[in-house]
Design a protein around this ligand. Structure first.
Ligand SMILES: [Mg+2]
Ligand SMILES: [Zn+2]
Length: 197
């Protein structure tokens, strides 16, 4: 793990942690090349170790909520029904492990047309409506884009930036690194940071 100098060295100092918000593409499943979309179930490819990592979070008593921008719906690349099918498929696998996530929320809108496309806070408020005990201080946001880290930053939610392959840094990675609470290579490493190896 690497940590920006100005941020806490570890997240073990999150004693109140109760809810983990997970981005989807690039965190749970392989992110497709820029301009391509996860437009069908066969394009949804889980990243290594993700199912057991989510199961660890659930076993630790944490709430897990997936929040994902799906602008491809607004662009007509696929429908909201496809997004729901993909989430049902993921949830079935997690349920088989005894670890269903607590909720999925997605933004199907285009840029600048809603209040729920991350980094805007709409999906946090949707989750809050369903789980009124959620607070920023008891939450964590895990994501692989600046928009995820900015979402957390704006809401005062601690963040873990999923860096992926440092040799192939994404646009916005520098900005994300600068404001993230912590940085890990992937979701299993983030969970190890939170819960120990
Ligand atoms: Mg992502
Ligand atoms: Zn939206």
């Amino acid at each position: 793990m690497t940590t920006p100098a100005s941020h806490p060295a570890s997240l073990s100092a999150l004693p109140q942690l109760r809810t983990v918000f997970l981005d989807r593409d690039g965190v749970i499943n392989r992110k497709l090349p820029e301009g391509e979309y996860c437009s069908s179930l066969d394009r949804f490819q889980l990243l290594p170790g993700v199912l057991p990592a989510i199961a660890r979070l659930k076993s630790a008593g944490l709430r897990v909520i997936v929040i994902t921008n799906q602008r491809g719906v607004a662009l007509g690349k696929y429908t909201s029904a496809t997004v729901r099918d993909i989430h049902a498929h993921l949830q079935a696998q997690l349920t088989a492990l005894g670890a269903p996530v607590d909720a999925f929320y997605f933004c199907p809108h285009d840029k600048n047309s809603c209040d729920c496309r991350k980094p805007l806070p709409g999906m946090f408020h949707q989750a809050l409506a369903a789980f009124p005990d959620i607070t920023p201080a008891s939450s964590l946001m895990v994501g692989d884009s600046f928009s995820d880290i900015d979402f957390g930053h704006r809401l005062n939610i601690p963040t873990i930036f999923i860096e992926g392959d440092p040799q192939h840094r994404k646009p916005g990675a520098e900005k994300a690194v600068a404001i993230a609470t912590a940085i890990t290579q992937d979701l299993p490493a983030a969970v190890a940071l939170l819960l120990g190896n």
